[in-house]
Design a protein around this ligand. Structure first.
Ligand code: ADP
Length: 296
């Protein structure tokens, strides 16, 4: 699977430029799309799944232009939108069967096998008879994945909801995706949750105000912040002073003091020591230093 995006721009009728000259190449495996709210992630994904047209630029999926070969490309794509919440009064298996009717030409018996195979894959076989709108939030999300997979897509596009799943569901969801990415499927996961990208994606891009601010591997992004992450234990007054000057990424209370991790290009305090950077540090660093967004 290969997706080539060149010079992609999206200007909405109100004049707002949601994407500006985006150039990316995405292959099989998990690709993470990171960026704050309003960065252009949903606009980008809607274009990719042929749900809306770009103002300019091209998207080639396995060499086919999405504007010229929509009928051929559409069956290759599975999409889980951010707001996948609509469930009519159907049982869990009926919902999936309905999705299969819409997007595949499988006969009743094959559909039934496919539905149960997918329910099993996403851990919902036990609740196949439950009304879909009575499933928990995490289960609905998994049913969403199952419907996106029904046509055996080669490109799976997932727009993460901004409201959280509980940690157990998050891990479960990530494991389902990692498992899928072993096959020749490209999975694009759009999120503002940095941890989801560092734990699952081989490649990533960061969007900000419609532009690609970084593209490469999560490790490559972490490399950019190396040497600028510090750890220091401070009393209350020192802590209050330092957090007005630098971005504090994490704090742990320690016997009346604070152990803080912060981002700074120079040593922020005489007692500060270098700490190991992670993707969250890199994200904060990027937002502040490369993009000039103040997080303090
Ligand atoms: P993200 O998914 O990263 O939050 P979006 O693609 O939803 O970003 O939005 C990017 C920008 O485009 C935002 O400023 C948003 O307000 C604007 N936008 C999104 N959809 C429309 C639309 N249909 N008309 C006008 N502006 C839009």
């Amino acid at each position: 699977m290969n997706i080539e995006i060149s010079g992609l721009s999206k200007i909405y009728p109100n004049g707002h430029a949601a994407l500006r000259d985006v150039n990316l190449e995405i292959g099989s495996g998990m690709f993470g799309l990171l960026g704050p709210n309003g960065a252009g992630k949903s606009s980008f994904m809607r274009i990719l799944v042929t749900g809306q047209k770009a103002t300019s630029g091209t998207v080639l999926i396995n060499g086919m232009d999405i504007n010229k070969h929509r009928q051929k490309i559409r069956p290759l794509i599975g999409y889980l939108p951010q707001d996948f919440t609509y469930f009519s009064k159907l049982k869990t298996w009926e919902f999936l069967d309905y999705a299969a009717k819409l997007s595949t030409s499988l006969k009743k018996k094959e559909r039934s096998l496919k539905v149960d195979e997918l329910l099993d894959q996403v851990g919902l076989l036990d609740v196949r008879e439950r009304m879909a709108n009575k499933l928990s939030g995490g289960m609905k999300r998994r049913l969403g994945i199952a419907q996106a997979l029904i046509g055996d897509p080669k490109l799976l596009v997932i727009d993460e909801p901004t409201t959280g799943l509980d940690p157990e569901e998050r891990i479960r969801f990530r494991n389902i995706l990692s498992h899928l990415s072993q096959k020749d499927v490209a999975i694009i996961l759009s999120t503002h949750i940095v941890g989801d990208i560092s734990s699952t994606c081989q490649n990533m891009a960061m969007l900000n105000k419609g532009e690609v601010a970084f593209k490469g591997s999560p490790e490559g992004m972490i490399d950019q912040v190396r040497g600028h992450v510090w750890q220091v234990t401070l009393d209350n007054d020192e802590f209050n002073a330092i957090k007005t000057k630098y971005s504090v990424v994490s704090t742990i209370p320690m016997e009346g003091k604070w152990e803080a991790q912060l981002i700074a290009t120079e040593k922020p305090h005489p007692k500060a020591k270098h700490a190991n950077p992670n993707l969250e540090h890199a994200y904060v660093y990027f937002m502040e230093n490369e993009l000039g967004v103040s997080l303090v």
